[in-house]
Ligand binder design. Structure first.
Ligand code: ADP
Ligand code: GN1
Ligand code: MG
Length: 361
C-alpha cells in the first residue's frame, strides 16, 4: 500500500491535501500531512521495523509515557497538545496501523516550532538542557518495569565496542583498509568504553527512565520564544542512565558543524554551549541528580560521542545496514566528525569538570 492509502487509514480531522517527506531523522520515514482549508497538520511515520522489531512494545512504551507526561503537563496548567506528543489513532481506533511488515503511526504536528541541526545560540541550548533535565525529572516516579527494552544494550558502549570488533574481523564489504586511522582511534580508547556500564552494574549510578536519543533535532523549539517546548522521537524510551541523555545532547549540540561535515576544520567542541546546556540541564533536573552523576557528566559526553562514532564506523564496515545514507562514505564521514569532537573534549575535560561543578544550582 502506498503512503496516500496509508494516510487514509488515520483519523485526521479533515480531508488530506498534501503528503510530503519531512525532517532529517536517520531511522524512520517521516511525512508531513497537510489538511484542506485547515491550519492543522499531522506527522505520519513509517517505523523502521528492521531496527524496531518489537514495534508493539515500542508503541506501548510511547502510549504509556505520553499519557503520563500529558497528565503532568495538564496539572501544571500548560497545553498538552503543544508540550506532549499526541498520537492520532486509526479510523478503527488503533494506536498504529500495521501493513504487512510495516508499522505506521501519526502524531499531531506541533506548529510554530523549529528543530536545529546545529545550535547557534547558548540561550536556546540552555532551554534545551532544561527541557531534557525536566523530562527525566518528570519521569522519576514512572514505573520503569512497565516499559520494554526496545533495543537491548542500546547504550552499552562496551557491547558497541565488541560489535565493532566483530564487524572489523568480518570486514564483509572490504572497507577496513579505508578506515585504518579511525579503527586505531577506537582501539586506543577501549579503556573508557565500560565506565558507564560498569558503574550502573555496580549500583553506583541509578537506573532511570531515559529518552536515549536526545540529539538536538529531537526537541521542538518554539520559533517565537526560543523555549524548548516538546521532546519528540520517543522510540527509544526505556530504562537507562541519565548520562546517556546528557552525553548525546552534548555530542550533537556542542558540535560547531553538522554531524556529516566533510571539512573537519569546521568541526569543534563549543565549550560555551557546554556551559549553557549544563546550566539548563541541572536546573531542569533539580535535586533528582546524584553526585556521582554530576561527577561523570563530562565523561558521559566523551563516551557517548565515542560510542556514536563507533556505531557509524561499524555500520560503514557492515556496508551501511543501519543508518540512512546519502552516499557510500557517509557513515565514515559521520564517524570522523564524532572522533574529532572526542579529541577536542578530551583536551577540554578539566574545564568541563569545573563547569559542571559551577553550574550546580
Ligand atoms: P527519526 O526517528 O527518523 O529521527 P523523528 O520522530 O525524530 O524521526 O521525526 C523526524 C523529524 O520530524 C523531527 O526531527 C522533527 O523535525 C519532525 N517532527 C516529528 N514529530 C513532530 C511533531 N509532532 N511536530 C512537529 N514536527 C515533528
Ligand atoms: C539516530 O533517529 P535519529 O535520527 O534521531 C539513532 C541515534 C543516533 C543518531 C545519530 C534509534 O537518531 O541513536 O545517536 O541517529 N537512533 C536510533 O545521529 O538508533
Ligand atoms: Mg529523530
Amino acid at each position: 500500500m502506498d503512503v496516500n492509502n496509508i494516510a487514509k487509514m488515520f483519523d485526521f480531522d479533515g480531508e488530506i491535501e498534501s503528503i510530503n517527506p519531512y525532517g532529517e531523522g536517520h531511522i524512520n520515514d517521516t511525512f508531513l500531512i497537510g489538511i484542506k482549508n485547515c491550519e492543522k497538520k499531522y506527522i505520519l511515520q513509517r517505523l523502521n521495523t528492521k531496527i524496531f522489531t518489537n514495534f508493539s512494545g515500542l508503541m506501548n512504551n510511547i502510549l504509556k509515557v505520553t499519557e503520563y507526561l500529558r497528565a503532568i503537563v495538564k496539572s501544571e496548567s500548560k497545553d498538552p497538545s503543544r508540550e506532549c506528543l499526541t498520537l492520532i489513532p486509526t479510523k478503527s481506533g488503533e494506536p498504529y496501523y500495521v501493513n504487512g511488515s510495516d508499522c505506521w503511526r501519526a502524531y499531531l504536528f506541533i506548529k510554530d516550532t523549529v528543530v536545529y541541526q546545529v545550535i547557534d545560540s547558548p540561550a536556546v541550548f540552555e532551554n534545551t538542557g532544561e527541557a531534557f533535565g525536566k523530562f527525566i525529572s518528570r519521569l522519576d516516579e514512572f514505573d520503569a518495569s512497565t516499559l520494554c527494552e526496545v533495543i537491548p544494550n542500546f547504550h552499552n558502549t562496551l557491547d558497541r565496542y565488541n560489535k565493532f570488533l566483530t564487524s572489523l574481523k568480518a570486514d564483509k564489504v572490504k572497507r577496513a583498509c579505508t578506515a585504518e586511522c579511525e579503527i586505531e582511534f577506537v582501539n586506543k580508547r577501549k579503556n573508557i568504553v565500560s565506565a558507564i556500564v560498569s558503574a550502573l552494574d555496580k549500583g553506583e549510578l541509578p537506573l532511570r527512565v531515559t529518552h536515549n536519543d536526545t540529539k538536538i533535532n529531537n526537541v521542538l523549539i518554539d520559533k517565537y520564544t526560543g523555549k524548548a517546548i516538546c521532546i519528540i522521537d520517543l522510540d527509544t524510551i526505556m530504562p537507562g542512565s541519565l548520562l546517556y541523555d546528557f552525553g548525546d545532547s552534548i555530542r550533537s549540540g556542542c558540535n560547531t558543524a553538522h554531524e556529516d561535515e566533510k571539512d573537519l576544520s569546521k568541526v569543534d567542541f563549543d565549550i560555551t554551549l557546554y556551559e549553557a546546556y549544563c546550566k539548563g540541564f541541572l536546573r531542569g533536573i533539580g535535586d533528582k541528580i546524584t553526585q556521582k552523576e554530576i561527577d561523570m557528566l563530562h565523561l558521559s559526553a566523551i563516551i557517548i560521542t565515542l560510542e556514536c562514532g563507533i556505531r557509524f564506523l561499524t555500520d560503514y564496515l557492515d556496508g551501511d545496514e543501519y543508518f540512512k545514507i546519502a552516499y557510500p562514505e557517509h557513515n565514515l564521514i559521520r564517524c570522523r566528525t564524532q572522533f574529532k569532537l572526542v579529541e577536542r573534549m578530551e583536551k577540554m575535560s578539566d574545564e568541563m569538570i569545573q563547569i559542571a561543578k559551577k553550574c550546580r544550582p
